[in-house]
Design a protein around this ligand. Structure first.
Ligand code: PLP
Length: 386
C-alpha cells in the first residue's frame, strides 16, 4: 500500500518531541519541562471579547487576509513596538497560527529543488515544511561555543545556485539565543548580496529579558522587500489553542500567499480574531506580567543547571534553556529517557532539533516556580545517581 502514499510525506521524520510527550503521558507524577506552550491561561479580557463576538453573531468567515480591524491593529502594533511598517490593506495576512504562516509562505516561494537554509538547532517544523513544499533544507550549524549564533562565513559557504531563502528564528527555539542589530546587519549584507529571501520567525519577539534587545531583520536597510515576517499570538499572549498567527510582507509576497490560503483555509477563525483585536489593543500589561515571571524562572533555572554542572548560557529570549549534557557521557536521548523514567522529569533531547542539537537537552521554563524547584531537585538526584 506504501506506493499510494506521497514520497514527500513518507520521508518526514516523526517529531522527536512527540515521542517524549507520549512517554511522559503514560507515566504518573511527571513534571514536564518539555512543552513549548505558556502555562498561563489566556487573559480574561481577550476571552471576553471573543465570547462577545459569538453573542453578537460574528460567526461567518472573514476576508482571506483576516478582519481589517485586526490587520489595522497588527499594523499599528508592529510599527509602534518593533519599528516595522506594513499596510493593513495589502501587506498583512492573518493565519491559523504561526505554523500556517510558515507553511503558506514556504509553499508560495519554493520551486522543486530550491534550497532553504535553516539555522540549526531549529524549531522542529522548518525542515519538514521546506521538504513538503518541495524544497531542500540546508542546515547552518550553530554551537554552544558561538552562543548558537550563525556566523556570516558559514552562510556564505552554504549558498549555492539553488539557494532561495534562509529561515531565521530569534529569539530562538530551542536555544533561547538572540541576534543583536549588528549581527543581523552582517547577515543582511550577505542576503542582499546573494539576492536571497528571508523568512523571519519572530513569534518570541515579545519574550526578551533585557530592555530593547530585540531587533527585527525587516527593519534593517534593504531587507523589507525581501523578508516574510512571521509572528503570532500563541506565545506572547498565551493563546496557543486559539490558533492565530500572521504574516507581514511586501505585496509581491503576500499576493501569492493569499492564493495558497484561499484554498487551504478560506480564513482564520472569526471568533479568535475578535479576541486578538482586544489582545493588541489592551494586552501589553499581560505581556509585561508574564515576561517578568519568565525572567525570574529563567534566572533560577540557569543558576541551578550551571550549579549541577549542566552548563548553559543565560538565554536572552523565548522560554527555553539548552544546557549541555555531554559531561554525563549519555546521548541526549539516553539522558532524557533515563531522567523521565527514573525521576519523572520530562525534557526534550537536543537531537529532536537537528543533529547539531545532540549533546544538549531543551528545558522549558513555561511552568510554575514550584514545579521548577521540584524538577531541579529531581534532576540533582538523577545526576548524583549517575
Ligand atoms: N515558530 C516557533 C519558533 C515555535 O516555537 C512555534 C511553536 O512552538 C511556532 C512557530 C508555531 O506557533 P503557533 O502555535 O502559533 O502555530
Amino acid at each position: 500500500m506504501k506506493s499510494y502514499l506521497s514520497s514527500r510525506t513518507e520521508q518526514i521524520k516523526p517529531s522527536g518531541i512527540r515521542r517524549f510527550f507520549d512517554l511522559a503521558n503514560s507515566l504518573e507524577g511527571v513534571i514536564s519541562l518539555g512543552v513549548g506552550e505558556p502555562d498561563f491561561i489566556t487573559p480574561w479580557s481577550i476571552c471576553h471579547a471573543s465570547i462577545q463576538s459569538i453573542e453578537r453573531g460574528y460567526t461567518t468567515n472573514t476576508e482571506i487576509e483576516g478582519l481589517i480591524e485586526l490587520r489595522k491593529e497588527i499594523s499599528y502594533y508592529m510599527g509602534n513596538r518593533f519599528q516595522v511598517s506594513y499596510s493593513p490593506d495589502t501587506e498583512i495576512i492573518v493565519t491559523v497560527g504561526g505554523s500556517q504562516a510558515l507553511d503558506s509562505s514556504l509553499r508560495a516561494i519554493i520551486n522543486s529543488g530550491d534550497e532553504v537554509m535553516i539555522v540549526e538547532p531549529s524549531y522542529v517544523a522548518y525542515e519538514a515544511l521546506v521538504a513538503m513544499a518541495g524544497g531542500k533544507p540546508v542546515p547552518i550549524v550553530t554551537t554552544f561555543e558561538n552562543e548558537f549564533k550563525p556566523q556570516p562565513e558559514q552562510i556564505i559557504q552554504s549558498i549555492s545556485s539553488r539557494t532561495k531563502a534562509i529561515i531565521l528564528c530569534f529569539p530562538n527555539n530551542p536555544t533561547g539565543s538572540l541576534l543583536k542589530k549588528q549581527e543581523l546587519e552582517a547577515l543582511a549584507e550577505i542576503i542582499v548580496k546573494h539576492d536571497l529571501l528571508v523568512i523571519t520567525d519572530e513569534i518570541y519577539a515579545e519574550l526578551t529579558y533585557e530592555e530593547d534587545t530585540f531587533c527585527s531583520i525587516a527593519s534593517i536597510e534593504g531587507m523589507r522587500d525581501r523578508t516574510i515576517l512571521v509572528s503570532g499570538f500563541s506565545k506572547a499572549f498565551a493563546m496557543t489553542g486559539w490558533r492565530l498567527g500572521y504574516i507581514c510582507a511586501p505585496e509581491w509576497l503576500t499576493q501569492p500567499i493569499v492564493k495558497v490560503l484561499q484554498h487551504a483555509t478560506i480564513s482564520a477563525p472569526s471568533i479568535t480574531q475578535y479576541g486578538a483585536i482586544e489582545a493588541l489593543r489592551n494586552g501589553q500589561r499581560y505581556i509585561i506580567e508574564m515576561r517578568n515571571s519568565y525572567r525570574e524562572r529563567r534566572n533560577f533555572l540557569v543558576n541551578q543547571l550551571n550549579k549541577m554542572g549542566l552548563h548553559c548560557h543565560l538565554p536572552e529570549g523565548a522560554f527555553y534553556v539548552f544546557p549541555s549534557v555531554r559531561q554525563t557521557g549519555l546521548t541526549s536521548e539516553q539522558f532524557a529517557e533515563k531522567l523521565l523514567i527514573q525521576h519523572k522529569v520530562a525534557v526534550v533531547p537536543g537531537s529532536a532539533f537537528g543533529n547539531s542539537g545532540e549533546g544538549h537537552i531543551r528545558c522549558s521554563y513555561a511552568t510554575s516556580m514550584e514545579k521548577l524547584h521540584e524538577a531541579m531537585e529531581r534532576m540533582g538526584q538523577f545526576l548524583e545517581n549517575l
